[in-house]
Design a protein around this ligand. Structure first.
Ligand code: AMP
Length: 438
């Protein structure tokens, strides 16, 4: 009998590789913009790393790790998530001594969890994650969330909301845990076996229970925010105000706790509203972990990160129609005198990251319009002798068909502003669209 793949794993065949490569390219390009550098760590580590890092009481550690003794009788574990390994490497290689205030790292690679396989849930799955070390500032939380949402915009995955909550500092967590124990103790008999265990080992995790989530006892659970210290409240309020300022959509979810023990302060999850993902609609999540680096014997520093499940992003992408290739601007220069100015504006726009084309065949107006159409230009700029003399230029938005006359030196700023205003659904910067937006 022939040998088949292990349950919960899959092959990526050549016919399917394009989507994966597209996703990986977007990750690379967006990471460059946010100045996160790639790190690659081993697929297996000493088991102790995950026990201390991820937490003894978590489902991942108690039920899901692939742990075995190697031939030297050392216990090793296939990594179930990326953060612990990156933190280990950060400490072991003293990356904190690199003279950079904040160290920003990202990774992609396979993770392993012994879970019940279903659509979007595998035993070997791919994650992309990012970790930023060295700051307690709420700006970093907001930066990390913005980075994660930009990735989704760059692959045109709309209909995603950021669910966000705060667990607060150690003291806030202690206050809240006590409030939860007081609240659940009298009714714990009505809840599932796991919740009974969680009440003793990790009461916060009761909020994450999939079995009891509709129980009436969950209606009036004490609110986490009410138990945060003033400092933690301030931190969370600032994160929220930064998201508001950036126009990032979020929903505060007071029940959000996330499955891993190491989180403090902000936690967030990106949830797709796309039907195709079914029950496994959490495409990613993350948060701040101010104790983990110290707990793994590194310096006492704040850190923040997230991880995406790439398999779920691929499932969502499979249902999208690929967008037709496009350029941002076609520059029409009419008449010999206008060419030098046109070329210099084109160069300025390209330096700013826009994809721009112009006519190299000395065509007239009609021929240039044809070229602009063929290259699927979002905007056409028209520069004739009259405009050149007046220092103006005409710009036509090919989507709305609106045409305006603007100052010639403001063309770049005009396009970027207009693209940003009209790009609720997809990231327009060339770094993303080079590979992702087409
Ligand atoms: P976590 O590391 O548990 O915070 O998960 C981060 C993301 O990884 C989730 O939002 C999922 O998209 C993805 N993920 C987690 N477990 C699996 C799995 N067994 N199969 C596929 N994707 C997963």
């Amino acid at each position: 009998m022939s040998i088949n793949k292990i349950k919960g794993t899959y092959d990526v065949l050549p016919k399917d590789i394009q989507l994966w490569q597209r996703l990986e390219d977007v990750i690379k390009n967006v990471s460059k913009i946010y100045n996160f550098k790639e790190i690659r760590t081993p697929i297996f580590e000493k088991s102790e790393l995950f026990h201390r890092g991820v937490g003894e009481g978590t489902d991942i550690i108690t039920k899901e790790t692939y742990t075995f003794d190697d031939r030297g009788k050392r216990s090793v574990t296939l990594r179930p998530e990326g953060t612990a390994g990156v933190v280990r490497s950060y400490i072991e290689n003293k990356l904190y001594a690199n003279n950079q205030a904040v160290t920003k790292l990202y990774y992609t690679g396979p993770m392993f969890r012994y879970e019940r396989p279903q659509k979007g849930r595998y035993r070997q799955f791919m994650q992309f994650g990012a970790e930023a070390f060295g700051s307690y500032s709420p700006l970093l939380d907001a930066e990390v969330i913005a980075y994660s949402t930009t990735i989704l915009r760059a692959i045109n995955l709309n209909n995603v909301i950021v669910k966000i909550n705060s667990l607060g500092c150690n003291e806030s967590k202690k206050n809240y845990t006590k409030a939860l124990v007081d609240y659940f103790t009298p009714v714990i008999g009505d809840l599932c076996h796991d919740c009974n265990e969680r009440l003793k080992t990790n009461p916060l995790r009761i909020l994450d229970c999939k079995v009891d989530k509709d129980s009436p006892h969950f209606m009036n659970v004490p609110k986490m925010y009410d138990h945060l210290t003033e400092e933690s409240k301030l931190h969370f309020d600032k994160v929220i105000s930064y998201l508001d300022e950036m126009g990032i959509n979020y929903e505060i979810d007071p029940m959000l706790v996330r499955g891993l023990d190491y989180y403090t302060e902000t936690v967030f999850e990106l949830v797709s509203m796309d039907d195709t993902l079914g029950a496994q609609n959490a495409v990613g999540g993350g948060g701040r972990y101010n104790n983990l680096v110290k707990d793994l014997d590194g310096p006492d520093i704040g850190a923040c990160g997230f991880a995406f499940g790439l398999d779920r992003l691929i499932l969502a992408l499979e249902n999208q129609e690929l967008e037709k290739e496009y350029i941002h601007l076609f520059m029409m220069a009419l008449g010999d005198n206008t060419k030098a100015k046109a070329l210099s504006i084109v160069n300025r726009c390209r330096l700013g990251g826009l994809i721009v084309e112009l006519d190299f065949l000395d065509k007239g107006m009609k021929g240039q319009f044809k070229q602009a159409d063929k290259s699927n230009a979002r905007y056409i700029a028209i520069l004739g002798d009259d405009e050149l003399q007046k220092g103006t230029i005409n710009i036509k938005n090919q989507t709305t068909k609106e045409q305006v006359t603007i100052n010639i030196d403001e063309l770049y700023e005009y396009i970027v502003k207009d693209l940003t205003a009209n790009s609720n659904s997809s990231c327009e910067c060339s770094s993303c669209s080079e590979n992702g937006g087409e």
